[in-house]
Every structure is written in C-alpha cells, then in structure tokens.
Design a protein around this ligand. Structure first.
Ligand code: NAP
Length: 255
C-alpha cells in the first residue's frame, strides 16, 4: 500500500524538490498540495488547497512541511490534529513548541519528525561535533546559507549547539573583558559559544564547526550544494514516521 502524502509549501525551493521526489517514488502517493498563495487549482491532477480548513477530512498519512518559520508550528499542530504524521523541514521552532508537539503526537499515537537538516552529511557533522566537543570545549559555529533564508541562526546551527552543550562544560568563550566595537561582531551567544550566520546569493546550506585548543585546531564542514541532498532524508522519514508513535526532533532518531 502506498503512503499518502500532502506537501505544504510545494511552490518553494524545498517544496519543489519534495514534489519531484514524492511523484517519482512509486511507494508514495501525492494526494494534496497546500499553499495559501498558489494561483493554480491543481498540479498534474493533484488538488492545490489554499486553506487548511478545506483540507479537514482528507485521508492522508504524512504531512511534509517546507513552508516558513512563522507558520511551521501551527501547520504541524494542524497535521497532528488531523491524524497526519508530520515530516517537517521548516526551521524556527522553539524548544517549548517541540515539547508541546511531541506531547500531542504521543496523545494521538502518531509518529513524526522535525528535522533542522535532512542531509545525511549534516546529521553526521552534528554527531562528530558533539564527539569532538568533549575534548575541545572552545568552539565556534559558522553557518552559511542563501540570502533568501528568513531565520537566523539556522536550525542546524542551533541543534548543533544544543548537542554540543549536552557534553561540553558550560563556559564563556573569548577574553573575559572582550568588547564589540560593532554590535554583533562576535555573533550569537549560545551557552557561551558563538554562532555566526553568513547570507550570500549562490550558497545553498553549509556549516563549519571550528574547534580550537592549545596549538591545534579542528574544523568540521558540511556542504549541501543542491537541495536534492535533503531528499534521501525526507524520503526515509516519510517511510519511517508512518510506523512511529511519537514525534522526534532530528533525523538521527530515525536512522
Ligand atoms: P522558500 O523557497 O521561501 O519556500 C517556502 C514556501 O512556503 C514558499 O513557496 C512560500 O510561499 C510558502 N509559504 C509561505 N507562507 C506559507 C503558509 N502560510 N503556508 C504554506 N506555505 C507557505 O523556502 P525554502 O528554501 O524552500 O525553505 C523552506 C523552509 O525549509 C525554511 O524554513 C528553510 O529554513 C527550511 N529548510 C530546511 C531544510 C532541512 O533539511 N530541514 C533544508 C533547507 C531548507 P510564498 O513564496 O508565496 O511566500
């Protein structure tokens, strides 16, 4: 039996890559598209919904979401309430929102995933960074994205910092008396480590995690050159969440 999928944000850069992946996989059945701003009524025979109200009652298994941080929480909540297992790549969730959505998924006995990064290499980078941070507590994160990205820092950078802070002894980095002559020069402060966000046309999604110690340095880097890099993870997630009974945060929980 094929898995019935809805794609929210299908006109966006990630939504288009997800559309291609879902329609090319014979095990997946695209049953609806959602975008409040789309002018078309249907795409290749698949209905385009402009309002979540109209989607109510539609039979589907999985809600794939690549929309915008402002609506990601309410979309994911809606999906769970309708009985659709969410596979969410949209970034910008707070940890309170993730906790709430996880509780709702348990109450509904539905699987789901919120993944700040679906690229397998990025998931590995986060794990390697957490490993290295045990020995190298001085670390800075530089995330680099295309200049249309709406939120900063990236969800991947925040998740990387969270994983590192679970193993790193909390400490303020840099000189105790350092000052910024230009506000923001030292980046965002997460538990004493600094995150820097670069936005440039031509980039897709990239991250460096730089560790420094006495007389040595270690740099980990991952590059998504093309949005196709995320689709192996999205495909895997769609097939896994239908068997799950709670929402998880991070693709590593489904690997
Ligand atoms: P994008 O090209 O701007 O696409 C977002 C799409 O969502 C647009 O078509 C937008 O329509 C639509 N949209 C806006 N408001 C909406 C609403 N209320 N409901 C449904 N759709 C709505 O952005 P993108 O590059 O595809 O990225 C989408 C999200 O995925 C971002 O949060 C990004 O950070 C994230 N992302 C995640 C991963 C990952 O691996 N997890 C990788 C890359 C990106 P309009 O253009 O008409 O506003």
């Amino acid at each position: 039996m094929s898995i019935k999928v809805i794609i929210a944000g299908f006109k966006g850069k990630m939504g288009q890559a997800a559309y291609k992946m879902v329609t090319e996989d014979p095990d997946l059945d695209l049953v609806a598209l959602y975008d409040p701003f789309a002018p078309e009524e249907q795409v290749a025979g698949v209905q385009v919904f402009k309002s979540k109200e109209d989607l109510k009652g539609l039979t589907a298994d999985v809600w794939v979401d690549f929309t915008t941080p402002a609506v990601a929480y309410e979309n994911t909540r809606f999906a769970l309430e309708q009985g659709y297992a969410p596979v969410v790549g949209t970034t910008g969730f707070t940890s309170e929102e993730i906790t709430e959505l996880t509780e709702l998924s348990r109450a509904k006995s539905l699987g789901g995933l919120i993944a700040p990064n679906f690229a397998l290499g990025a998931v590995l980078l986060m794990q390697f960074a957490a490993q290295a941070a045990k020995y190298f507590p001085n670390v800075e994160i530089i995330e680099l994205h295309h200049d249309q990205k709406k939120d900063a820092p990236s969800g991947t950078a925040v998740k990387t910092a969270e994983l590192i802070s679970q193993v790193r002894t909390s400490q303020e980095q840099g000189a105790p008396d350092e000052t910024e002559s230009l506000a923001g020069a030292r980046g965002a402060n997460f538990d004493g480590m600094h995150i820097h966000s670069v936005r440039l046309p031509g980039l897709v999604a990239h991250q460096e995690v730089i560790f420094g110690s006495q007389g040595e340095g270690l740099t980990l880097r991952h590059d998504s050159y093309d949005r196709v890099s995320f689709m192996t993870g999205v495909n895997l997630a769609i097939k896994k969440v239908v068997e799950g009974s709670e929402l998880v945060y991070g693709l590593e929980h489904l690997l």
